[in-house]
Design a protein around this ligand. Sequence first.
Ligand SMILES: C[S@@+](CC[C@H](N)C(=O)[O-])C[C@H]1O[C@@H](n2cnc3c(N)ncnc32)[C@H](O)[C@@H]1O
Length: 288
Amino acid sequence: MSEGENLVAAWKAARDRLREAGVDTPAYDARLLLEAGAGVARTEILTDPYRMLSADQRDAVERLVARREAREPVSHILGRKHFWTFELRVTPDVLAPRPETETLVLCALDLVGADAPARVADLGAGTGAVCIAFAAERPAATIVAVDVSAAALAVAASNIAACGFADRIERVEDDWGAGLPDAAFDLVLSNPPYVRTGALGLLEPEVARYEPRLALDGGADGLDAYRRLLPQIARLLRPGGAFAVEIGQGQAEAVWALADEQGLAPEGVRADLAGIDRVVFGRRPVRG
Ligand SMILES: C[S@@+](CC[C@H](N)C(=O)[O-])C[C@H]1O[C@@H](n2cnc3c(N)ncnc32)[C@H](O)[C@@H]1O
């Protein structure tokens, strides 16, 4: 970052460096990093673009831009990511919530009535994104947020408290809900790791280098987590209870079959905004 830069020059210089580094949204990311590093609001960049940066502001912006050049995700650099209507805390211990996971939330909302006092489990809660969004839209629901990672659960706990749901979302450290009681839930949700181990190295550097493998690696065919969690879902649901699981591209048929094998009754597949099949949902049959 050169001396004597104003806001717009700093933004353009950062944008060009990020573009050169292969970042796919260089202008947007440069603005976010300039705002955070210089401590200015977006409107100030627009209304006062020739305001000079102090040496401290320049140094702070430089540190953030250098991290993004190394392809660290903006969410990790800033320590936060937007999901649903919330700004969630993100650390290297959790997957930064993805926009496509809002499809899982939308599907879950269709499965539970607006005022239902539903008992819900979120298996693999990570930041708590899914259970927090669901809690916000279903005020009578109580939720158990499960993760095998104590570090992830600590992040979830801080997000749950910050969003005001500590009284309705309990946190449990557990292996896909194995320690939770039988037939106790009206709805079970999960966004498990579903990337094939062999494809991990093909992911963008932002994901491959900086996101926890535990949140990504779905084993040789990407389906290992479903093989372990669908039997738990079948056990945890009350007869007639509903489930919805996020899936990776091309996994709908296989996950549907795995759910069927566990005696669940898959009912549908929901696509995300890009038209990619993203969620398999269904119920535990009332009989059988
Ligand atoms: C793809 S991330 C989803 C995080 C969050 N629910 C979201 O949608 O953004 C998968 C999560 O599953 C957790 N996980 C992995 N193995 C698990 C297991 N055996 N039992 C419970 N959670 C597990 C990971 O720690 C990670 O937080």
